[in-house]
Design a protein around this ligand. Sequence first.
Ligand SMILES: Cc1cc2nc3c(=O)[nH]c(=O)nc-3n(C[C@H](O)[C@H](O)[C@H](O)COP(=O)(O)OP(=O)(O)OC[C@H]3O[C@@H](n4cnc5c(N)ncnc54)[C@H](O)[C@@H]3O)c2cc1C
Length: 657
Amino acid sequence: MPLDPQPEAEVAHRNMAFVLRLAFLTATISGKVYSDLSFVGNVSAAPAISACRNPLKVASIYAATRTYCKPQDFDASVQYYAGKCAGFGGVTMIPESEVADNLTAAALQSMRVVSKGEVPSYSKLSAPVLVSRSWFDVAFKTIDAFQFEKRIRPIYGWPKVSIQLWRYIADRMATMCLSNLPILWLFSGRNNIFIWATGWHFSTFNLFHRHIARVSMLQAAIHGISNTVFIFKTGTKLFYKLRWKELWFRYGVVAVVALGLMMLFSNHWFRHRFYDSFLLIHISLAIVAIVGIFYHTSIYMGRFDPYLWPIVALWSFERGVRLVRIVYCNLHVRFGKGGSLQRTRATVAYNEEADIISVKVLPATTLIKPAPGQHYFLYQPFRLKGWESHPFTLAYWEKSSASVHDDISLCFWIRPRDGWTRSLKKRCLRSGEPSISTTILLEGPYGKQEPLWVYDEVLLIAGGSGISAIVSYLLDHARRATAMTEDAGGRAQERLRTRRITLVWANRSANYMQQVAANELTEVLAREDVNVQFHYTTVSDSGSDSPIGCDNPPKATDETEKEDDPRERKGLEGDTEKQTVPNNQHINDPEITMKPGRPDLHFIMNQAAARAHDGGIRLAIMACGPAKMVDETREISYRCMREHGGAVQYFEEAFGW
Ligand SMILES: Cc1cc2nc3c(=O)[nH]c(=O)nc-3n(C[C@H](O)[C@H](O)[C@H](O)COP(=O)(O)OP(=O)(O)OC[C@H]3O[C@@H](n4cnc5c(N)ncnc54)[C@H](O)[C@@H]3O)c2cc1C
């Protein structure tokens, strides 16, 4: 922070380390201010003698020192002033005891207060007076600034260009760092007005957040280092030690260290391995950093508060909105006959074979409007770590069988990992029941629906549990198509342009894919405009269970159509080798082709893009799945876009940030 005169003086007020300097200032000020005033009974024409021997003037100086000085600074001030009397006037200063009658609390209370210019110089005062606070302050700041500049610029200029540079760099880095903080905090929250304004994903803002954090950290570090070098170059080691005794200085160091630790604990490995510990540490250190910065800048009399209070406001707003969303989703008062306080209920089931937990949540409120692309944060409040919340994409929704009203259940598919999801899985396994009821709170909805319905052709690519984000789009397509048929020629026409949807899903378990196809996707898979390609990647999983959708008319999928395509065979076989899935495990289902190994995304996407380009239609590609797969689809899409121009648009639902 810039070491301005004014805060320097304030620090001096508060710190005994500067008591001598303060004493000098106070005494000088008292002397300087009172030298403008004349009192009756002058003992000498020499001002230095008069200032030390005129009882009225000396009483006035004592009064000002008592009033405007901290008690602990009083003795040092008087001592310093007495030294000046001896040095300049060759006299002793009248001791305080001799004018004590004028310095009682009552006397000080009733003493006349004079402002600058109020008493003409020819006028002689007949009683001690107290200079006004504003007059004292003007003198104090002037002398303090003068002393500071004298110390820092011995020749009224920077002693060396290098010193000047250190100082300028330190100051500018601090200001730039502070100005970054509000957006750094803003972009860290899931309730961020920029998300609402732009429609961009939270993950995009999270990326900005991380980059801004890196830059801010660098600026804070440079500020600290430059200032340290500057202090050593202009002051002494002792001066640096004195600085350490000052709270504002120490808090600056605390803030920089906290920011540094935040960076350290935000590294990719730690964040992904111990997400909840990362979050706890991150938030705690953020609080330490912001408190530290508040203290560090407190000496500037609020000059930097416009950067800091917005952070508090944004943070409170973000947390407040979360709370509102939680209450909104999970508590609902039903009035009228049989009215009651509704709360959210949830049933959880674990499918061991598929290694998927399905959570069905019946929200307390009926006001939630589910839509594809939404995700919700789930809390399990009655746990030791009940504050944890985890985001999950809405897979589908349905009318609840558990409710007499037309309530909607929200359904999530969760792949168990190592934290909360694992404990949920264990609870299901321990219960021995097909499903358990537990208290789960919802916070949401977040995310937004991508307008896939405006594209002529849609290619959906899902990896593993990424299918949960895709299913809702498939169901939405079916809903829109049905609405369009029922309302032929009406407004619904405008809402669905898509003539063909292809789903490519790669999953470890073929059985799980069959289950999903036979349940949630039955209606969708029966549609002529929906094609699917399922790929399983686990050798033990033959996927040879009973075929799905037997009653549905058989249809040719993209996969079967290009069965003989050498490029595709090569791709799949290559992967098959990697997965060690023998070729004879290829499932010959009448409607849905399931193949071992990973899909050749490159081929599938390029083919779809070329078809769109040649046919003069627009293609939307949406991917959701493991980071590696999504990275691959993004890269291929980019190439397709370059090759086929505006025909291709890419969308992504990421399961992480
Ligand atoms: C927008 C979004 C939607 C998602 N939808 C689904 C879904 O539909 N189905 C599904 O199975 N998974 C989904 N995920 C991933 C899911 O949130 C994590 O797998 C889950 O939080 C892991 O919890 P855990 O405590 O068991 O994780 P851990 O074993 O502690 O961590 C596993 C991984 O999950 C990440 N993670 C943990 N907690 C969080 C959190 N609170 N926020 C973000 N990431 C976290 C970690 O960084 C780590 O990479 C989604 C993630 C996001 C960001």
